[in-house]
Design a protein around this ligand. Structure first.
Ligand code: NAP
Length: 527
């Protein structure tokens, strides 16, 4: 296979999470300012489609803009077409024939090198994210740290899964089990973790010996382009990672439905995920396999605040879970379910805390909340706020915050019924519904009363109540006496139940198996 020959550097040490940058340290603040300045001078560049060694421009452009300052272009992208989609899948299929033969230690090494390169450029990459998706500094830094974690974690996982696996011995036989790759994968990430999720899905697919067509979100293609550049720099052979920006509505179906597409790794909304699930499973001429679909989708996550909770801790946990990154996390708390006895006091303290949140441009470190991603998201969130005003009592927020970006106030709506639309539908913005519960059991029943099952939280000092939640709160990621966002690679494998997805558990020890198939060989020993 062409590409730079790698000297394999394994063995590697034990996995540990990438430390977060402490922006209270003046030198770190200065480094971030320098990163922002450097990136500002590079905004508005045009990026090519990358298929194998080809660099392609098309007529239709996708303009990625800064949601804090919508007039500012972050990058200009060439929109993929149906024909280019087919070409990208065919190129990836060609590259698969040799990439699958590359020793697993060497494939892992590409990830370690990419992680190292991203670590060196951490604050510069974080700066791109501040501009492209409106993340404040610590959120952008954490996103890049998680992307580095995925490289380090999945690289190590491949070292574990690469050799022949242990089997039960049978007398008179020599038995062997080896994990082998699947083929060409369509990787389709969302914009809200444009570093971590995009890097995580792509590296998992590549390190396991598959080749990829990466279709980035049209709201965050620059982050994916930067990653494609990193992979090129570490010498990944051409065709292993093909970069194909394009509107989901135009290139999505041809990418998923191409007969050479063997699997799809998708993270995004329930609606798109379900469509991919349906299309991927359709039989068609020339299709020789059942396409695998790894689908991580939305949430309507709840934190229960019990009458035996530390109220101040609960107020803090609910606030950061609901309004961190403007509520645009699949794990965000969008329902606070509060037991009646403490409901008035909780609400009073919550209102006081939320009123302290500053909203404004993401590059300004004084702001805790930046903009929402784009105009149509802002409109949809505003519509939900209007619905919410009728379904409950507006406590704080409810409108736009000042500035020319897509800024919305952190909004709390109380006295919401568990079946109200704002208590059932994913809003994906800074809107929190507060729902009163008669008692703890009722709170658990409300928490489980949506079609989703991604994250959840409980604040209580009573171990028996926590035990009960561990048993019956039906979510993929449950948190006690802490926020319900911020899953760490290796420590909190992440993925949800029910309409939240296929529970793939990213950052966990089962994840790479979704990109592999096992081949068993049994040989009779003849004397
Ligand atoms: P989205 O609208 O579903 O888009 C996700 C990706 O799918 C984008 O790359 C998009 O491309 C593409 N796409 C759109 N239509 C498509 C089609 N017909 N076929 C194939 N691909 C298509 O979601 P989003 O707004 O980017 O992300 C927010 C959602 O992601 C929320 O629901 C959130 O809860 C969920 N999420 C879930 C997790 C999790 O781990 N469970 C993590 C993060 C986010 P375009 O941008 O070009 O349309």
């Amino acid at each position: 296979m062409s590409g730079q020959a790698l000297e394999v550097r394994t063995p590697v040490g034990e996995f540990t999470n990438e430390p977060l940058t402490d922006f209270s340290v003046p030198t770190n603040r200065q480094r971030m300012q320098e990163g922002l300045k450097k990136v500002a001078s590079e905004l508005g560049r045009e990026y090519d489609i990358r298929i194998g060694t080809e660099r392609i421009r098309t007529e239709e452009k996708i303009r990625s803009t800064n949601p804090s300052h919508p007039d500012q272009a972050v990058g200009i992208f060439n929109a993929g077409t149906k024909e280019l989609t087919a070409r990208a899948v065919e190129e990836a299929h060609g590259a698969f024939q040799s990439w699958k033969e590359v020793p697993f230690e060497q494939r892992a090494d590409y990830l370690f090198r990419a992680g190292e390169l991203m670590r060196r450029r951490k604050l510069e990459l974080a700066a791109w994210m501040v501009y492209e998706v409106g993340k404040i500094w610590p959120e952008a830094d954490a996103d890049i740290a998680e992307a580095i974690d995925f490289c380090e974690f999945y690289g190590r996982e491949m070292l574990r899964l690469g050799p022949p696996q242990p089997l039960t011995p049978v007398k008179g036989e020599k038995n062997h089990l080896q994990y082998i790759p699947l083929g060409v994968g369509a990787v389709i990430p969302p914009w809200n973790f444009p570093g971590a999720i995009m890097v995580g899905m792509t590296t998992a697919a590549i390190v396991t010996g598959n080749t990829v067509v990466l279709k980035p979100s049209s709201d965050s293609p620059t982050m994916a382009a930067k990653f494609a550049e990193v992979m090129e720099e570490v010498g990944l052979p051409p065709g292993v990672l093909n970069f194909l920006p394009g509107r989901g509505s135009q290139v999505g179906d041809p990418l998923v439905m191409h007969p050479l597409t063997r699997f799809v790794a998708f993270t995004g909304s329930k609606e798109v995920g379900l469509r991919i699930s349906e299309l991927a499973s359709q039989p068609q001429p020339g299709l020789r396999w059942i396409r695998r679909a790894v689908l991580e989708m939305g949430g309507k996550d709840a934190i229960i605040v019990d009458n035996e909770a530390d109220l101040d801790a609960a107020v803090e946990g609910v606030t950061v879970s609901a309004f961190g990154y403007q509520g645009q996390k699949c794990s965000a708390c969008s329902r606070a379910i509060v037991v009646r006895d403490i409901y008035p006091e909780f609400l009073k303290r919550l209102e006081a805390r939320v009123r302290k949140i500053f909203v404004g441009p993401a590059e300004d470190p004084n702001n805790y909340m930046g903009p929402v991603i784009n105009q149509s998201a802002m409109k949809s969130i505003q519509e939900y706020i209007e619905i919410g005003k009728k379904e409950g009592q507006l406590i704080t927020g409810g409108g736009r915050a000042g500035g020319d970006g897509y800024f919305l106030e952190p909004t709390v709506i109380a006295d919401v019924s568990p079946k109200a639309r704002i208590a059932q539908e994913e809003i994906f913005g800074p809107v929190l519904a507060v729902i009163p519960a008669q008692n703890y059991d009722h709170a658990l029943e409300i928490a489980n009363g949506t079609e989703f099952g991604l994250t959840g939280g409980v604040y209580s000092r009573n171990p028996e109540k926590l035990r009960k939640a561990a048993e019956s709160f039906h979510v993929g990621n449950l948190y006690f006496n802490r926020k319900c966002t911020g899953a760490l690679v290796g420590a909190h494998p992440f993925g949800g139940f029910n309409m939240s997805g296929t529970d793939s558990k990213t950052g966990g020890k089962d994840y790479l198996l979704l990109f592999l198939q096992a081949k068993t060989i049994a040989e009779k020993i003849t004397s």
